[in-house]
Design a protein around this ligand. Structure first.
Ligand code: HEC
Length: 191
């Protein structure tokens, strides 16, 4: 009697699941500080070629890294904040930040309830930090918070910074900051 195909496939399927035979695990590669016969100096780890620059460091340092000429975080964003950028910032905040920091940025979210080790920050407590600092937190991450440089372009990150400022203002504004015509409307509404 000839063996049925499924009986032949079974041992193969079992082998594929076994790490010792997994070609992905057994591929030739070097780990940090291993020696190599490929290069004359016997080192596997290579010095970057002259003139190599770290990722994200090309271009205007203000725009890309949020720092001034003195290397310190910029007090104010280097891009003009207009309604379009603010709308982008709002959209990106709602997608990428609100899940942890809450829609109002107050650190109240379902995720926050379950992050017992380090709670996502209440962003209203960061009114006095420079714009450039917020930009850097978004770009590089902070503690348990990951970097959002892969998801957001520098321009979008500045938009998010602007929207965080708008959220902060929304919870910390005085009546004198309200334009007179808006105030009239507000007072009219309460009557
Ligand atoms: C996965 C959850 C998560 C997301 C998404 C997230 N954060 Fe955070 N964020 C945290 C946590 C947790 C901390 C506190 C980290 C710590 O103290 O280790 C934090 C801290 C911060 C801080 C305070 C940094 C400081 O100096 O204390 C700011 C500002 C901030 N986040 C802004 C943002 C913005 C803006 C976004 C969206 C681009 C964002 N976060 C997305 C979890 C998140």
């Amino acid at each position: 009697m000839t063996p049925r195909p499924v009986a032949l496939l079974l041992p193969l399927a079992l082998l594929a699941g076994c790490p010792a035979y997994d070609p992905m695990q057994r591929q030739p590669k070097y780990k940090s500080y291993q020696s190599s016969e490929f290069h004359a100096d016997g080192l596997a780890m290579r010095t970057p070629p002259a003139g190599t620059v770290p990722y994200g460091s090309v271009g205007d340092p203000a725009l890309q890294q949020g720092v001034g000429e003195d290397g310190k975080p910029l007090a104010q964003a280097p891009v003009p904040l207009n309604p379009k950028l603010l709308a982008t910032g709002r959209k990106k905040f709602d997608i990428h930040c609100a899940v942890c920091h809450g829609m109002a940025g107050d650190g109240q979210s379902q995720v926050a309830l379950n992050m017992s080790l380090r709670r996502p920050a209440n962003l209203h407590l960061y009114r006095d930090v420079p714009d450039g600092y917020l930009f850097q937190v978004i770009s590089k991450g902070f503690g348990l918070m990951p970097s959002y440089a892969g998801e957001l372009t520098p321009e979008e990150r500045w938009g998010v910074v602007g929207y965080v400022r708008a959220l902060q203002l929304s919870q910390h504004a005085s009546a004198t900051q309200v334009p007179p015509e808006t105030m009239q409307k507000l007072q009219g509404d309460t009557r």
